[in-house]
Write a protein that binds this ligand. Structure first.
Ligand code: GFB
Length: 335
C-alpha cells in the first residue's frame, strides 16, 4: 500500500505531488497561494468540480489510480453560515460524508502517505468549556443548527485516526475557527457572518439607508481567523515531521485547533464591519434569527507549541476583505 514517497515540499530530494481538493473555494485557493509562494515549483494537482466530482466514488478512485499523489489537502466541502446549515441539513451531511469518504478511502488504497483533513470548530459540544481544548471532542451534545455538518466533520477526524491506527498512514486534521477573507461567499442568506455583514453594510451605505439589521441578539461570541493565516497554518502542520506531530497529539485524538484564541461579540463585530465599510447609521438586531452556539473560542496552545501563531489582526483582515469585495463584487460568490 504505502510506497516510499517524498512527504514535504521543503528539503525533499524530489518535490511531492500535491492534490489540493477544493482549490476554487476560499480555503483551497488560499492553500494554493500559500504553497505556490513558499515553493514556486511545487507539483500541484488541481481539478475543478466539472473535471472531478468528489462525490462520485468511481471518479475519485480513477483519479487516485492514475495521478500518483503524495499529499492531499482535503479542503473540499459543502460549507455555509448558520441559516444555510439550519435549512439544508441533508446537503451538509450527505455531501461532506461522500467527499471525505471517497477521498480518504482512495488515498489509502493508492498509497498517499500524508493527508490534511480540514474540519471546523463546530465539532465541539455547544456548551464546551472555553477556550475549547482538542479533548472536548465528543464530551457533550452539539449545537443543533449545524449538527449534521459537525457529525460529518467528526467522522472525517475519526476516518483519519482509524486509517493511521490500522494502515500506518500519517493523516492529520486541523479544526479551524470561523474563517473569512478573499474568495468568501457573499450570499445574503447562506454566507457566514462577516461576508454577510460586509455586503449588508455596504449596500446600506450605497442606498443611504439609516439602519442595518443584524441577525440574532448580538450577544454570541465568535473567534475569527483570516483564511491566509489558516492556509499558512495548514502548510505548517502538513510539513511537520511525523514524530513532532505525533508527540503533540495522540492516536485517538489527532486533531489540532487553528485560531487566534481571541473572540468578540457579534455586536462588537458588527460595529467593526460598519466602521470598515464607512456606514454610520444605526445597528439593529433581529432576535427571531438563530444565535447558534453562545460562545466558540479555541484553545490554541497545541498549535503554538507546534511553532505557529496567527499574524493578521481582525481589523486588518476586515479591511483587506472589504477591499477584495469592492474589487471583485460582481464576480464574488453569492452574487
Ligand atoms: O457566521 P455564522 O453563520 O457562524 O454566524 P456560526 C455567527 C453569528 O453571527 C451567529 C450572527 O450568532 C449569527 O446569528 N449573525 C448576525 C449572522 N448577522 C448575520 C448574518 O448576516 N449572517 C450570518 N451568517 N450570521 C457556522 C456553522 O455557525 O459556523 C457552520 O453553521 C460552520 O457549520 C461555521 O461551522 C464556522 O458560528 O454560528
Amino acid at each position: 500500500m504505502n510506497k516510499p514517497r517524498p512527504n514535504t515540499t521543503s528539503g525533499a530530494a524530489s518535490s511531492p505531488r500535491i492534490f489540493v481538493a477544493g482549490h476554487r473555494g476560499m480555503v483551497g485557493s488560499a492553500i494554493v497561494r500559500q504553497i505556490s509562494s513558499a515553493a514556486p515549483g511545487a507539483d500541484l494537482v488541481l481539478r475543478t468540480r466539472e473535471e472531478l466530482d468528489l462525490t462520485n466514488q468511481d471518479a475519485v478512485e480513477r483519479f487516485f489510480a492514475t495521478e500518483e499523489i503524495d499529499q492531499v489537502y482535503l479542503a473540499a466541502a459543502k460549507v455555509g453560515g448558520i441559516l444555510a446549515n439550519d435549512t439544508r441539513p441533508a446537503e451538509f451531511i450527505l455531501q461532506n460524508l461522500a467527499i471525505q469518504t471517497n477521498v480518504i478511502q482512495a488515498a489509502v488504497k493508492h498509497g498517499v502517505g500524508r493527508l490534511l483533513f480540514l474540519g471546523s470548530s463546530c465539532i465541539y459540544p455547544k456548551l464546551a468549556d472555553q477556550p475549547i481544548r482538542e479533548d472536548a471532542l465528543l464530551t457533550g451534545p452539539l449545537e443543533p443548527t449545524n449538527e449534521p455538518y459537525a457529525v460529518a466533520k467528526i467522522a472525517g477526524i475519526k476516518m483519519c485516526e482509524s486509517c493511521n491506527r490500522q494502515y500506518g498512514t500519517d493523516y492529520r486534521s486541523v479544526m479551524p475557527t470561523n474563517l473569512y477573507g478573499e474568495n468568501d461567499n457573499f450570499h445574503p442568506q447562506h454566507s457566514h457572518v462577516i461576508p454577510g455583514l460586509i455586503r449588508r453594510f455596504h449596500e446600506a451605505r450605497e442606498a443611504g439607508d439609516h439602519s442595518v439589521t443584524v441577525w440574532g441578539t448580538g450577544t454570541p461570541r465568535r473567534e475569527f481567523l483570516h483564511v491566509d493565516d489558516l492556509a499558512s497554518a495548514c502548510v505548517h502542520v502538513m510539513e511537520l515531521p511525523a514524530e513532532t506531530y505525533r508527540q503533540h497529539t495522540q492516536p485517538m485524538l489527532s486533531h489540532v485547533n487553528v485560531g487566534t484564541g481571541e473572540d468578540l461579540s457579534i455586536r462588537s463585530l458588527a460595529a467593526m464591519v460598519a466602521e470598515t465599510v464607512g456606514f454610520d447609521g444605526a445597528i439593529e438586531f433581529d432576535a427571531s434569527k438563530p444565535d447558534g452556539t453562545p460562545r466558540k473560542v479555541l484553545d490554541v496552545s497545541c498549535l503554538h507549541s507546534l511553532g505557529w501563531k496567527h499574524r493578521i489582526s481582525l481589523q486588518d483582515g476586515l479591511r483587506s476583505t472589504y477591499r477584495w469585495f469592492l474589487d471583485n463584487q460582481s464576480g464574488a460568490r453569492g452574487y
